[in-house]
Design a protein around this ligand. Structure first.
Ligand SMILES: Nc1ncnc2c1ncn2[C@@H]1O[C@H](COP(=O)(O)OP(=O)(O)OP(=O)(O)O)[C@@H](O)[C@H]1O
Length: 502
C-alpha cells in the first residue's frame, strides 16, 4: 500500500543542534502513528517540517506518491494536513469564533453552530463567544483541535494533545481519533504518555537525538519497554516520603470567595486550604474548574480587596503583588510556560534573573553576569535542560526542556513555600520522575508545597493530602493514600460535596 506521507533523509539544523538528522518516515492511510522521544529529541521539529512552518535543510517529502514541499502552513492545509500545536497559537483578545474564522471560511454564526455541534459530538465543549484569554489551558486546546477538525484534514498532526485533558476527555478524544481514522484520516500523534500510545496507536517511530532509533507496533511492547527504547537507560525510581510531622501552616486560605471580573471566569469558593511545612498538598480537578483563578490569587497576579483570606507565613497577603509575596519565601510556577513562566525572546540567563535576582545576581543595582550565568548553568545541569547554553533564547527550547528550566529555577530559589501548576506538563517520563523526586526531597527537607495537577497518578505519587476543585468549589482535605482514585473522581465530577447536595 502506498504511504499517505513519505519522508526520506529529512534533516534540519539550528545553529549547532541537529534537531532532525536523516529522518525516514512512512505514514500509512488509516493509521494512528506515534512519534516517541525524550524532550528535545526532535519530534516537534519534524512535525513543523511536515506542516510547512519550517523548511528542511535536506531530504524529500511525498504526499500520496507526489513530491511536495509545503512552504507554509497554508500550503500544508491546502494539501489536507492539519496541526494542533503544543504551544497555543490563538489570539487572546479574540473570541473562540473569531479565532476559528481566521482559518476556517464561513459566517460567524455558522462557525459558532459548528463549534457547538462538533464540541458536543467529540467532548470538546467550549463557549464559542468566550474570549480566549478567559479560557483555561485545557479549553484553549479544545479550540485548537476543533479548528483543525473543521478543515476536514487527511492527516492530522497532534503535538501532545492530551497533556491538559481530563481522563474522561482523553477517552472521548481517542474515540474521536479512531472515528477519524476509520473515515480515512491518518493521525500523527506525539505524547509522552506511553499507555495512551499503546491504547491508541498502531505504529510508533522512536527518535533520539534527532535520529530515528526504532520503529515498532506499540501494542506489542510494554510501556516500560517503550520507555527504555526511548530514553536508552533505566527510569528514576520515586523518592519515598519520609514520615515527618508537618510543621506550621505556611499557606492558609480561609473563607475565600471571589467573583471574577471576567464574565467567563469561574467564581471561586475555598472554605479552607492549608499547606504546612513538610507536606505536599495537591489540588486535583479538570482544567477550567477555577484552577487559573485560584492560581492567580495565590501567586499575587490577581489581588483581593481584603488581604485576610490568604495568608503566607501568617501574614495577610491578599493585597500583595507577586514580588512582595516572593520576598516572604514564596515561589511559584504558573501553568502557562511561555506567557507567564518565561519570556520567549529573552535568553535563559535573563529569564533566570526574572525571579532569581534576589539570590545575589544583582548587586548595587547592577547585574552580576558571571553569577547569572553560573546560576543558569547549574539549573541546566541539575535539571537536565537541553539547550545550547545560558544564552539560548527561552523560546527556542523544546517544550519539555523549557518546563524543566522553569521548575529548576524556582526550586533553586529554595523557597519555604512552593506553588506549582502542572509540574511535569510536556516533560518526558524520565525527566518527570526526576522532577517528582526533587519535590519529594523538598518536602522531606521540611518545605511546604502546593501542586495543581490534572494528573491524578502524579498527585497520588507525591502528595500527602488532596483537595478537588469542581466548578470553583474546593473540597475538604482528603488524606492519601486512604482516599481512593474513584472517590477523587466523584469529587471531580461533582458527585460528592456541596455541589452535589445543591
Ligand atoms: N527555533 C529553534 N532555534 C534553536 N533551536 C531549536 C529551535 N527549535 C528547536 N530547537 C532545538 O532542536 C531540538 C529539538 O527540539 P524539538 O522541539 O523538536 O524537540 P521535541 O522532541 O519536540 O521535545 P519536547 O518533547 O520537549 O517537546 C532541541 O534541542 C531544541 O532546543
Amino acid at each position: 500500500m502506498q504511504p499517505l506521507l513519505r519522508l526520506r533523509g529529512v534533516s534540519k539544523t539550528y545553529g549547532q543542534v541537529a534537531a532532525n538528522a536523516a529522518i525516514d518516515l512512512d505514514v500509512m492511510p488509516n493509521s494512528i502513528h506515534a512519534i516517541l522521544g525524550e524532550n528535545g529529541a526532535g519530534k516537534s521539529t519534524l512535525m513543523k517540517l511536515i506542516y510547512g512552518v519550517e523548511t528542511a535543510d535536506e531530504g524529500s517529502m511525498e504526499w500520496n506518491g507526489q513530491p511536495v514541499r509545503p512552504g507554509s502552513a497554508a500550503e500544508a492545509r491546502a494539501l489536507g494536513i492539519g496541526m494542533v500545536f503544543q504551544h497555543f497559537s490563538l489570539f487572546e483578545t479574540l473570541t473562540v469564533v473569531e479565532n476559528i474564522a481566521l482559518v476556517v471560511p464561513g459566517r460567524k454564526a455558522a462557525i459558532a453552530a459548528r463549534v457547538r455541534e462538533l464540541g458536543a459530538r467529540y467532548g470538546l465543549e467550549v463557549n464559542p463567544a468566550a474570549l480566549v484569554h478567559s479560557l483555561s489551558v485545557g479549553e484553549r486546546q479544545r479550540v485548537e483541535i476543533l479548528r483543525c477538525l473543521m478543515l476536514e484534514p487527511r492527516l492530522l498532526i497532534l503535538d501532545e494533545p492530551t497533556s491538559v485533558l481530563a481522563p474522561q476527555n482523553v477517552e472521548l478524544l481517542f474515540q474521536t481519533l479512531r472515528r477519524l481514522r476509520d473515515s480515512g484520516v491518518s493521525i500523527l500523534f506525539i505524547s509522552h504518555k506511553l499507555e495512551e500510545i499503546r491504547a491508541l496507536c498502531d505504529r510508533a517511530t522512536i527518535l533520539r537525538g534527532g535520529r530515528v532509533t526504532g520503529e515498532v507496533d506499540p501494542r506489542d511492547h510494554s510501556a516500560h519497554a517503550l520507555a527504555t527504547l526511548m530514553i536508552g537507560r533505566a527510569m528514576p525510581q520515586p523518592l519515598p516520603a519520609e514520615p515527618i510531622a508537618p510543621g506550621n501552616a505556611l499557606l492558609e486560605i480561609t473563607g475565600l470567595t471571589c467573583v471574577p471580573e471576567d464574565p467567563f471566569g469561574v467564581t471561586l469558593s475555598v472554605p479552607s486550604l492549608q499547606v504546612r511545612a513538610g507536606e505536599i498538598v495537591g489540588i486535583a480537578g479538570v482544567s477550567g474548574n477555577g484552577q487559573r483563578e485560584l492560581a492567580a490569587l495565590i501567586s499575587g497576579e490577581d489581588r483581593l480587596p481584603l488581604g485576610d483570606a490568604i495568608r503566607i507565613k501568617a501574614r495577610p497577603v491578599g493585597r500583595m503583588g507577586t514580588s512582595a509575596r516572593r520576598k516572604l519565601g514564596f515561589a511559584f510556577v504558573p501553568e502557562d510556560r511561555l506567557g507567564r513562566g518565561a519570556v520567549p525572546d529573552m535568553s535563559l540567563a535573563d529569564n533566570t534573573l526574572l525571579t532569581a535576582h534576589r539570590r545575589g545576581l544583582v548587586r548595587h543595582g547592577l547585574i552580576d553576569r558571571r553569577r547569572e550565568a553560573a546560576f543558569t548553568k547549574s539549573c541546566m545541569t541539575d535539571f537536565d535542560v537541553r539547550a545550547s547554553g545560558p544564552e539560548a533564547e527561552a523560546g527556542s527550547l523544546s517544550g519539555g526542556n523549557l518546563q524543566k528550566f522553569i521548575m529548576g529555577r524556582e526550586i533553586m530559589l529554595e523557597p519555604d513555600l512552593l506553588f506549582v501548576a502542572q509540574p511535569t506538563w510536556g516533560v518526558d517520563i524520565g525527566a518527570a520522575a526526576q522532577i517528582r523526586r526533587r519535590l519529594a526531597a523538598m518536602r522531606n527537607a521540611g518545605k511546604a508545597i502546593l501542586v495543581i495537577s490534572e494528573e491524578l497518578e502524579e498527585l497520588f505519587e507525591i502528595c500527602d493530602r488532596l483537595h478537588v476543585l469542581h466548578h470553583g468549589h474546593l473540597s475538604p482535605s482528603l488524606p492519601l493514600p486512604e482516599t481512593s482514585a474513584e472517590e477523587i473522581g466523584e469529587w471531580m465530577i461533582g458527585a460528592r460535596g456541596a455541589n452535589h447536595a445543591a
